[in-house]
Design a protein around this ligand. Structure first.
Ligand code: SF4
Length: 352
Protein backbone atom coordinates (compact mmCIF):
# COMPACT_ATOMS: atom_id res chain seq x y z
CA UNK A 1 0.00 0.00 0.00
CA UNK A 2 1.01 3.58 -0.41
CA UNK A 3 2.02 5.81 2.41
CA UNK A 4 -0.08 8.77 1.33
CA UNK A 5 -3.71 7.92 1.95
CA UNK A 6 -5.85 5.08 0.75
CA UNK A 7 -8.34 5.77 -1.99
CA UNK A 8 -10.44 3.22 -3.85
CA UNK A 9 -8.00 2.83 -6.72
CA UNK A 10 -5.03 2.53 -4.39
CA UNK A 11 -6.51 -0.60 -2.84
CA UNK A 12 -5.97 -3.87 -4.63
CA UNK A 13 -9.21 -4.58 -6.54
CA UNK A 14 -9.54 -7.79 -4.50
CA UNK A 15 -9.26 -5.91 -1.19
CA UNK A 16 -11.99 -3.31 -1.65
CA UNK A 17 -13.79 -4.64 1.42
CA UNK A 18 -11.34 -2.52 3.47
CA UNK A 19 -13.17 0.51 2.16
CA UNK A 20 -16.61 -0.83 3.09
CA UNK A 21 -16.23 -2.65 6.42
CA UNK A 22 -19.37 -4.49 7.50
CA UNK A 23 -20.92 -4.42 4.02
CA UNK A 24 -21.81 -7.70 2.31
CA UNK A 25 -19.49 -9.10 -0.32
CA UNK A 26 -21.78 -8.21 -3.21
CA UNK A 27 -21.43 -4.51 -2.35
CA UNK A 28 -17.67 -4.63 -2.84
CA UNK A 29 -18.25 -6.53 -6.08
CA UNK A 30 -20.58 -3.74 -7.20
CA UNK A 31 -18.02 -1.14 -6.24
CA UNK A 32 -15.35 -2.99 -8.20
CA UNK A 33 -17.60 -2.90 -11.26
CA UNK A 34 -18.05 0.86 -10.90
CA UNK A 35 -14.37 1.47 -10.39
CA UNK A 36 -13.05 -0.57 -13.27
CA UNK A 37 -15.76 -1.56 -15.74
CA UNK A 38 -18.12 1.43 -15.63
CA UNK A 39 -16.14 4.22 -14.02
CA UNK A 40 -17.95 7.41 -13.03
CA UNK A 41 -16.59 10.77 -11.96
CA UNK A 42 -18.64 11.01 -8.73
CA UNK A 43 -19.83 8.38 -6.22
CA UNK A 44 -23.36 9.82 -6.64
CA UNK A 45 -23.44 8.20 -10.08
CA UNK A 46 -23.00 4.69 -8.59
CA UNK A 47 -26.73 4.21 -8.78
CA UNK A 48 -27.08 0.71 -7.31
CA UNK A 49 -25.14 1.56 -4.13
CA UNK A 50 -27.11 2.90 -1.15
CA UNK A 51 -26.58 6.52 -0.16
CA UNK A 52 -24.66 5.59 2.99
CA UNK A 53 -22.16 3.55 0.98
CA UNK A 54 -21.70 6.32 -1.58
CA UNK A 55 -21.12 8.68 1.30
CA UNK A 56 -18.25 6.53 2.54
CA UNK A 57 -16.57 6.66 -0.84
CA UNK A 58 -16.92 10.41 -1.20
CA UNK A 59 -13.47 11.96 -1.17
CA UNK A 60 -11.90 8.52 -1.40
CA UNK A 61 -12.69 7.71 -5.02
CA UNK A 62 -9.88 9.33 -7.00
CA UNK A 63 -6.27 9.36 -5.80
CA UNK A 64 -5.87 12.85 -7.32
CA UNK A 65 -7.85 15.96 -8.18
CA UNK A 66 -8.05 17.60 -11.57
CA UNK A 67 -5.99 20.79 -11.57
CA UNK A 68 -5.91 21.83 -15.23
CA UNK A 69 -7.88 20.64 -18.25
CA UNK A 70 -7.08 21.86 -21.74
CA UNK A 71 -8.39 20.85 -25.11
CA UNK A 72 -7.23 21.32 -28.70
CA UNK A 73 -7.86 19.96 -32.19
CA UNK A 74 -11.59 20.75 -31.81
CA UNK A 75 -11.83 18.83 -28.57
CA UNK A 76 -10.22 15.71 -30.06
CA UNK A 77 -7.15 16.19 -27.85
CA UNK A 78 -7.65 16.72 -24.13
CA UNK A 79 -4.92 17.14 -21.64
CA UNK A 80 -5.24 16.78 -17.89
CA UNK A 81 -2.94 17.75 -15.07
CA UNK A 82 -3.88 15.95 -11.86
CA UNK A 83 -2.53 16.68 -8.40
CA UNK A 84 -2.18 14.10 -5.62
CA UNK A 85 -2.75 15.00 -1.95
CA UNK A 86 1.02 15.01 -1.35
CA UNK A 87 1.51 17.50 -4.20
CA UNK A 88 2.77 15.21 -6.98
CA UNK A 89 1.67 16.09 -10.50
CA UNK A 90 0.36 13.58 -13.02
CA UNK A 91 -0.23 14.32 -16.71
CA UNK A 92 -2.41 12.41 -19.13
CA UNK A 93 -3.39 13.22 -22.72
CA UNK A 94 -6.47 11.82 -24.47
CA UNK A 95 -6.52 11.70 -28.27
CA UNK A 96 -9.59 10.76 -30.30
CA UNK A 97 -9.20 9.19 -33.74
CA UNK A 98 -11.76 7.55 -36.01
CA UNK A 99 -11.28 4.01 -34.76
CA UNK A 100 -9.33 4.50 -31.56
CA UNK A 101 -9.30 6.62 -28.47
CA UNK A 102 -5.74 6.70 -27.17
CA UNK A 103 -4.68 7.77 -23.72
CA UNK A 104 -1.08 8.72 -23.00
CA UNK A 105 -0.37 8.20 -19.29
CA UNK A 106 2.35 8.92 -16.75
CA UNK A 107 4.11 6.31 -14.64
CA UNK A 108 6.11 8.61 -12.36
CA UNK A 109 5.86 12.16 -11.04
CA UNK A 110 8.92 13.68 -12.63
CA UNK A 111 11.63 11.42 -14.00
CA UNK A 112 15.17 10.55 -13.00
CA UNK A 113 16.43 9.89 -16.53
CA UNK A 114 17.36 13.51 -17.30
CA UNK A 115 17.08 13.23 -21.10
CA UNK A 116 18.32 16.56 -22.39
CA UNK A 117 15.44 17.23 -24.80
CA UNK A 118 12.63 16.54 -22.32
CA UNK A 119 10.94 19.04 -20.03
CA UNK A 120 10.08 16.36 -17.46
CA UNK A 121 13.71 15.26 -17.36
CA UNK A 122 14.78 18.78 -16.42
CA UNK A 123 12.57 18.76 -13.32
CA UNK A 124 14.14 15.66 -11.85
CA UNK A 125 12.40 12.85 -10.02
CA UNK A 126 9.60 13.34 -7.48
CA UNK A 127 8.34 9.82 -6.87
CA UNK A 128 6.92 6.70 -8.45
CA UNK A 129 3.19 6.64 -9.11
CA UNK A 130 1.54 3.64 -7.48
CA UNK A 131 -0.56 1.18 -9.47
CA UNK A 132 -3.80 2.93 -8.47
CA UNK A 133 -2.51 6.33 -9.59
CA UNK A 134 -1.49 4.82 -12.92
CA UNK A 135 -4.68 2.88 -13.62
CA UNK A 136 -6.92 5.71 -12.37
CA UNK A 137 -5.72 7.84 -15.30
CA UNK A 138 -7.38 5.28 -17.59
CA UNK A 139 -10.58 4.96 -15.56
CA UNK A 140 -10.80 8.74 -15.15
CA UNK A 141 -10.59 9.09 -18.94
CA UNK A 142 -13.33 6.47 -19.35
CA UNK A 143 -15.52 8.28 -16.82
CA UNK A 144 -14.89 11.63 -18.54
CA UNK A 145 -15.64 10.13 -21.97
CA UNK A 146 -18.90 8.75 -20.66
CA UNK A 147 -19.95 12.27 -19.75
CA UNK A 148 -18.43 14.00 -22.73
CA UNK A 149 -17.49 11.67 -25.60
CA UNK A 150 -15.26 12.73 -28.48
CA UNK A 151 -17.61 12.81 -31.50
CA UNK A 152 -16.77 10.09 -34.00
CA UNK A 153 -14.29 8.29 -31.72
CA UNK A 154 -14.82 5.23 -29.51
CA UNK A 155 -16.41 6.25 -26.22
CA UNK A 156 -13.88 4.31 -24.17
CA UNK A 157 -10.11 4.31 -24.10
CA UNK A 158 -9.11 1.69 -26.65
CA UNK A 159 -5.35 2.20 -26.51
CA UNK A 160 -3.01 3.14 -23.69
CA UNK A 161 0.55 4.35 -24.22
CA UNK A 162 2.99 4.89 -21.36
CA UNK A 163 4.51 7.99 -22.94
CA UNK A 164 3.65 10.65 -20.40
CA UNK A 165 5.91 11.56 -17.52
CA UNK A 166 8.35 9.01 -16.20
CA UNK A 167 10.22 5.89 -17.26
CA UNK A 168 7.73 3.04 -16.68
CA UNK A 169 10.36 0.29 -16.52
CA UNK A 170 12.08 2.14 -13.67
CA UNK A 171 8.83 1.66 -11.71
CA UNK A 172 8.43 -2.01 -12.52
CA UNK A 173 6.38 -3.32 -9.60
CA UNK A 174 3.67 -0.70 -9.93
CA UNK A 175 3.80 -0.84 -13.72
CA UNK A 176 3.19 -4.57 -13.54
CA UNK A 177 0.27 -4.19 -11.15
CA UNK A 178 -1.27 -1.46 -13.31
CA UNK A 179 -0.97 -3.67 -16.41
CA UNK A 180 -2.63 -6.50 -14.51
CA UNK A 181 -5.56 -4.22 -13.66
CA UNK A 182 -5.91 -2.82 -17.18
CA UNK A 183 -5.78 -6.21 -18.84
CA UNK A 184 -7.30 -8.61 -16.29
CA UNK A 185 -9.71 -6.32 -14.43
CA UNK A 186 -10.76 -3.64 -16.95
CA UNK A 187 -10.46 -6.24 -19.72
CA UNK A 188 -8.47 -4.15 -22.16
CA UNK A 189 -6.65 -6.04 -24.91
CA UNK A 190 -2.99 -6.44 -23.92
CA UNK A 191 -2.03 -5.67 -27.50
CA UNK A 192 -3.57 -2.23 -27.20
CA UNK A 193 -1.30 -1.24 -24.31
CA UNK A 194 2.18 0.03 -25.18
CA UNK A 195 5.01 0.47 -22.71
CA UNK A 196 7.60 2.98 -23.82
CA UNK A 197 11.16 3.04 -22.51
CA UNK A 198 14.39 4.93 -23.10
CA UNK A 199 16.22 1.64 -22.56
CA UNK A 200 15.98 0.06 -19.12
CA UNK A 201 17.42 -3.22 -20.33
CA UNK A 202 16.56 -5.50 -17.35
CA UNK A 203 12.99 -4.13 -17.40
CA UNK A 204 12.59 -4.96 -21.11
CA UNK A 205 13.64 -8.55 -20.42
CA UNK A 206 11.29 -8.85 -17.45
CA UNK A 207 8.38 -7.43 -19.44
CA UNK A 208 9.07 -9.94 -22.21
CA UNK A 209 8.61 -12.75 -19.68
CA UNK A 210 5.22 -11.50 -18.42
CA UNK A 211 2.10 -13.36 -19.54
CA UNK A 212 0.68 -10.41 -21.50
CA UNK A 213 1.46 -9.49 -25.08
CA UNK A 214 1.78 -5.77 -24.49
CA UNK A 215 3.53 -3.58 -27.03
CA UNK A 216 7.00 -2.14 -26.52
CA UNK A 217 8.19 1.19 -27.87
CA UNK A 218 11.87 2.05 -27.64
CA UNK A 219 12.55 5.77 -27.45
CA UNK A 220 15.78 5.63 -29.41
CA UNK A 221 16.36 9.21 -30.66
CA UNK A 222 20.01 8.47 -31.53
CA UNK A 223 21.45 5.55 -33.49
CA UNK A 224 24.99 5.41 -32.11
CA UNK A 225 26.37 5.50 -28.58
CA UNK A 226 28.34 8.67 -29.14
CA UNK A 227 25.24 10.75 -29.83
CA UNK A 228 22.91 8.78 -27.57
CA UNK A 229 25.19 9.29 -24.56
CA UNK A 230 24.73 13.05 -24.96
CA UNK A 231 20.91 12.91 -25.17
CA UNK A 232 19.98 10.06 -22.85
CA UNK A 233 22.30 9.62 -19.86
CA UNK A 234 20.95 6.09 -19.27
CA UNK A 235 22.70 5.03 -22.47
CA UNK A 236 26.02 5.07 -20.62
CA UNK A 237 24.66 2.35 -18.35
CA UNK A 238 22.90 0.33 -21.05
CA UNK A 239 24.59 1.05 -24.38
CA UNK A 240 22.93 0.42 -27.72
CA UNK A 241 24.21 -3.13 -28.23
CA UNK A 242 22.66 -4.22 -24.95
CA UNK A 243 19.46 -2.35 -25.69
CA UNK A 244 19.13 -3.91 -29.14
CA UNK A 245 19.79 -7.39 -27.72
CA UNK A 246 17.06 -6.89 -25.09
CA UNK A 247 14.66 -5.57 -27.75
CA UNK A 248 15.36 -8.64 -29.88
CA UNK A 249 14.69 -10.84 -26.87
CA UNK A 250 11.35 -9.06 -26.39
CA UNK A 251 10.42 -9.54 -30.05
CA UNK A 252 11.45 -13.19 -30.09
CA UNK A 253 9.76 -14.03 -26.78
CA UNK A 254 6.46 -12.23 -27.30
CA UNK A 255 6.22 -12.28 -31.09
CA UNK A 256 5.26 -8.62 -30.89
CA UNK A 257 6.88 -6.21 -33.26
CA UNK A 258 8.63 -3.35 -31.50
CA UNK A 259 8.28 0.26 -32.45
CA UNK A 260 11.14 2.73 -32.40
CA UNK A 261 10.32 6.30 -31.42
CA UNK A 262 12.46 9.01 -32.96
CA UNK A 263 12.00 12.65 -31.96
CA UNK A 264 13.73 14.78 -34.59
CA UNK A 265 15.90 17.61 -33.32
CA UNK A 266 17.32 20.22 -35.61
CA UNK A 267 21.01 19.61 -36.39
CA UNK A 268 21.23 16.82 -33.81
CA UNK A 269 19.73 13.57 -35.04
CA UNK A 270 18.42 14.59 -38.46
CA UNK A 271 21.64 13.84 -40.36
CA UNK A 272 22.07 11.34 -43.26
CA UNK A 273 24.41 9.30 -41.07
CA UNK A 274 21.84 8.94 -38.30
CA UNK A 275 19.17 8.01 -40.86
CA UNK A 276 21.40 5.22 -42.19
CA UNK A 277 22.23 3.85 -38.75
CA UNK A 278 18.62 4.10 -37.59
CA UNK A 279 17.44 2.20 -40.66
CA UNK A 280 20.01 -0.53 -39.93
CA UNK A 281 18.80 -0.91 -36.34
CA UNK A 282 15.17 -1.04 -37.42
CA UNK A 283 15.94 -3.74 -39.97
CA UNK A 284 17.78 -5.81 -37.37
CA UNK A 285 14.79 -5.56 -35.05
CA UNK A 286 12.18 -5.71 -37.81
CA UNK A 287 10.77 -2.65 -36.05
CA UNK A 288 8.57 0.15 -37.29
CA UNK A 289 9.90 3.68 -36.78
CA UNK A 290 7.62 6.49 -35.60
CA UNK A 291 9.17 9.88 -36.29
CA UNK A 292 7.90 13.07 -34.71
CA UNK A 293 9.41 16.54 -34.42
CA UNK A 294 10.47 17.86 -31.09
CA UNK A 295 7.98 20.07 -29.33
CA UNK A 296 10.46 22.66 -28.04
CA UNK A 297 10.13 23.72 -24.42
CA UNK A 298 11.52 26.72 -22.62
CA UNK A 299 13.68 24.36 -20.57
CA UNK A 300 15.59 22.69 -23.39
CA UNK A 301 17.88 24.11 -26.04
CA UNK A 302 16.97 21.72 -28.88
CA UNK A 303 14.77 22.90 -31.76
CA UNK A 304 12.47 21.19 -34.26
CA UNK A 305 13.82 20.74 -37.79
CA UNK A 306 12.29 22.41 -40.85
CA UNK A 307 9.97 20.68 -43.26
CA UNK A 308 12.69 19.97 -45.84
CA UNK A 309 14.98 18.36 -43.29
CA UNK A 310 12.10 16.10 -42.19
CA UNK A 311 11.31 15.12 -45.78
CA UNK A 312 14.96 14.41 -46.50
CA UNK A 313 15.30 12.24 -43.38
CA UNK A 314 12.17 10.24 -44.20
CA UNK A 315 13.33 9.69 -47.78
CA UNK A 316 16.68 8.41 -46.57
CA UNK A 317 15.04 6.01 -44.13
CA UNK A 318 12.99 4.62 -46.97
CA UNK A 319 16.02 4.32 -49.25
CA UNK A 320 17.78 2.32 -46.55
CA UNK A 321 14.87 -0.09 -46.36
CA UNK A 322 13.26 1.11 -43.14
CA UNK A 323 9.59 1.06 -42.39
CA UNK A 324 8.85 4.52 -41.01
CA UNK A 325 5.97 6.96 -40.49
CA UNK A 326 6.11 10.66 -39.74
CA UNK A 327 3.39 11.83 -37.39
CA UNK A 328 2.32 15.36 -36.67
CA UNK A 329 2.30 15.92 -32.93
CA UNK A 330 -1.17 16.38 -31.52
CA UNK A 331 -2.31 19.36 -29.58
CA UNK A 332 0.70 21.61 -30.04
CA UNK A 333 -1.26 24.55 -28.78
CA UNK A 334 -1.90 22.83 -25.46
CA UNK A 335 1.64 21.93 -24.47
CA UNK A 336 1.13 18.29 -25.39
CA UNK A 337 4.73 17.22 -24.98
CA UNK A 338 5.36 15.45 -21.72
CA UNK A 339 6.13 17.70 -18.83
CA UNK A 340 4.89 20.89 -20.43
CA UNK A 341 1.56 21.17 -18.70
CA UNK A 342 3.39 20.68 -15.47
CA UNK A 343 5.48 23.74 -16.23
CA UNK A 344 2.25 25.66 -16.76
CA UNK A 345 0.87 24.42 -13.43
CA UNK A 346 4.03 25.46 -11.67
CA UNK A 347 3.96 28.88 -13.35
CA UNK A 348 0.39 29.38 -12.18
CA UNK A 349 1.47 28.60 -8.67
CA UNK A 350 4.41 30.96 -9.05
CA UNK A 351 7.01 28.28 -8.40
CA UNK A 352 9.03 28.56 -11.61
S1 SF4 B 1 12.12 11.41 -22.22
FE1 SF4 B 1 11.02 10.00 -20.84
S2 SF4 B 1 12.71 8.92 -19.78
FE2 SF4 B 1 13.63 10.77 -20.67
S3 SF4 B 1 13.52 12.32 -19.04
FE3 SF4 B 1 11.66 12.53 -20.31
S4 SF4 B 1 10.11 11.31 -19.25
FE4 SF4 B 1 12.11 10.64 -18.49
Amino acid sequence: MTGHGTTAYQLDPDHLAELLPGEPRYRTDQLREWLYRHPVLEPEEMTNLPGAVRERIRGRLWPFTLEIEQSADDGRTRKWLFRTPDGASIEAVLMGYRKRTTLCISSQAGCAMACTFCATGQFGFERHLDAGEIVAQVTYANAALRRNPIPGSPERVTNVVFMGMGEPLANYTYLRDSLHRMIDVIDMAARSVTVSTVGVVPGIRKLADEPWQVGLAISLHAADDELRDTLIPLNKRYPLDELIAAARYFFETTGRRISIEWTMMDGVNDTPEQAKKLAEISRRLRAHINVISLNPTPLTSHRRPGRLAIQDFMTRLEEHGANATYRETRGQDIDAACGQLRIRGAEQKGTT
